[in-house]
Design a binder for this molecule. Sequence first.
Ligand SMILES: [Fe+2]
Ligand SMILES: [Fe+2]
Length: 355
Amino acid sequence: MMMMNGSSKVMARRLVKQLSPRLFSTTSTILTVINEPATTINVGCGGLFESRTGGSMAEWMRMPGGVGVGVRYASTLALNKDDKVVKKQTTNGDAEKIETTETAIASYWGVGPSKITKEDGTEWKWHCFRPWETYQADTSIDLKKHHAPTTFLDKIAYWTVKSLRFPTDLFFQKRYGCRAMMLETVAAVPGMVGGMLLHCKSLRRFEHSGGWIKALLEEAENERMHLMTFMEVSNPRWYERALVITVQGVFFNAYFLAYMVSPKFAHRVVGYLEEEAIHSYTEFLKELDKGNIENVPAPAIAMDYWRLPPGSTLRDVVTVVRADEAHHRDVNHFASDIHYQGRELKEAPAPIGYH
Ligand SMILES: [Fe+2]
Ligand SMILES: [Fe+2]
């Protein structure tokens, strides 16, 4: 029998907790009811888009006692323990219909969720974002803009990103759905780290940030919504979740240190990362156009977040996500340029409002 000492047990417990966050944490008490067999469109990270029928073990994990725990939908809904979810997915290409019946929990604190409606008066169903956070992406943005690296620092930033592309290409190859999902877990880190550091700097120096804290946090949130969107059509496997944990541990700390030492360099790196993201999503679109990846209906979360018209597909989603990346590219190269001019970010008003 394998013996584990105390610290090994703690580490093993933490790993299991990380790998199955929704199974063992907040959603372990959610009662999920699947009324009828659902057709689930799933981008397996094995590489191909699969269409399959029925809630299988991969999609729904059964707890002892027959309680089903939603793996994906719990990520986009904030439900109370007494909430019931009736999950249906149409097969005709329309967005998923998620109906929630919430049992109100009396709150002494008066902070219960308020009912929010859309412009047309219908109820807003998302808890993870609100109608005023939705927008239409600027798909006319120039996708070809490139910052030519001329200084030594820029060249390091450029080649750092280029060198990261090699193992990424090797690992994912043409599995663009999986690649997008995994890379968004990285892309959502810099905005949060930069915003956090600017926040602390603002406090330390008793000065305004010029709106850059908000701009960078908006970027982080936007990237996280990219991830939430691709999660709706993907299903990461345990080793991919483990990889994300490892990469996050390394990248968060590396970017934190880089931003502390040289925000000029850090923003330039992100600018180049975004250029690579544009390239990846362009390749993704090519594969969709060739028919190598099935152009499935756009997930409901994407329809509402980007205010997509009815009938939108995965291609439309990838197009708006790519436009977002182009905007992040511009914002981060701009931020780096401000530093290059010997100025601080607060001296140039931040581009707030567009994600
Ligand atoms: Fe992104
Ligand atoms: Fe981005």
